[in-house]
Design a protein around this ligand. Structure first.
Ligand code: 13P
Length: 253
């Protein structure tokens, strides 16, 4: 049985004071909720150290929202895997659609980053998803297939256990308009089938595939009840303890 994985992507929200407030609001409650669910938070880089410090004795894991494909060097503004590990990160979100859309990230670059993360003991959460235009043109499957093949290129089956895939339809992100449970399940099932073809069925059965895009306490239970939806990557609703905790308790355990 795959363990459900609920992860909060804080995006560019929360200064240090707000970070402490949110973490403190989560950490006492999380241990009493759904112990069978993996929970992680991905604050902005500037908040990682304080979040990790506050979560020292907690089951909540920490992730970053991006990472350089390089080890170190003259890369102004970039953050390396070593820096992320030194502040206590276990996960790193890669290829979020906002990075693809606004920062020109390609499948090749995301693949390079994913390989660098895996080689150095960080677990990538790789994001894929179609735009509204692509969905309306009926090319969702082709887009997702190209993205999955691209971002996983050269990653062996032994490493895939440390990879999480997040299906985040671009039209559902920050719009309040989530994919219906059936729309999401259809894509998740397709992704699992593709992983089965690219690797083997046991790898496909064990890989965790999260859904992301306007996940809220009101829709989480129905989305997370789907056979191939193994968790959620939550944006807006992870910024308040109550709504994030409600989503965690909606996960099947
Ligand atoms: P929202 O939950 O705000 O739609 O954001 C989803 C997302 O992009 C998570 O990575």
């Amino acid at each position: 049985m795959r363990k459900q994985f609920i992860c909060g992507n804080w995006k560019m929200f929360k200064d240090l004071v707000e970070t402490a407030e949110l973490i403190n609001g989560l950490k006492t409650e999380v241990s009493s909720l759904n112990p069978k669910v993996t929970v992680a938070v991905c604050p902005p880089f500037t908040s990682l150290a304080i979040a990790a410090n506050l979560l020292k004795d907690s089951t909540i894991r920490i992730g970053a929202q991006n990472m350089s494909p390089h080890d170190e060097g003259a890369c102004t503004g970039e953050i390396s895997w070593r820096m992320l590990k030194s502040v206590g990160c276990e996960y790193v979100i890669l290829g979020h659609s906002e990075r693809r859309q606004f920062f020109g990230e390609t499948n090749e670059l995301i693949n390079e980053k994913a390989k660098k993360a895996l080689a150095n003991g960080l677990k990538p959460i790789v994001c894929v998803g179609e735009t509204l235009d692509q969905r309306e043109k009926g090319v969702t499957t082709q887009i997702i297939t190209t993205q999955i093949k691209g971002v996983l290129d050269g990653i062996g089956s032994s490493d895939l256990g440390n990879v999480t895939i997040a299906y985040e339809p671009v039209w559902a992100i920050g719009t309040g308009k989530n994919a219906t449970p059936l729309q999401a399940q259809e894509v998740h099932q397709g992704i699992r089938k593709l992983i089965g073809q690219l690797y083997n069925w046991s790898v496909a059965e064990s890989i965790v595939i999260q859904y992301g895009g306007s996940v809220k306490p009101e829709n989480a239970k129905d989305l997370l009840a789907q056979d191939d939806i193994d968790g959620a990557l939550v944006g807006g609703a992870c910024l308040k303890p109550d709504s994030f905790l409600a989503i965690i308790s909606a996960a099947k355990s």
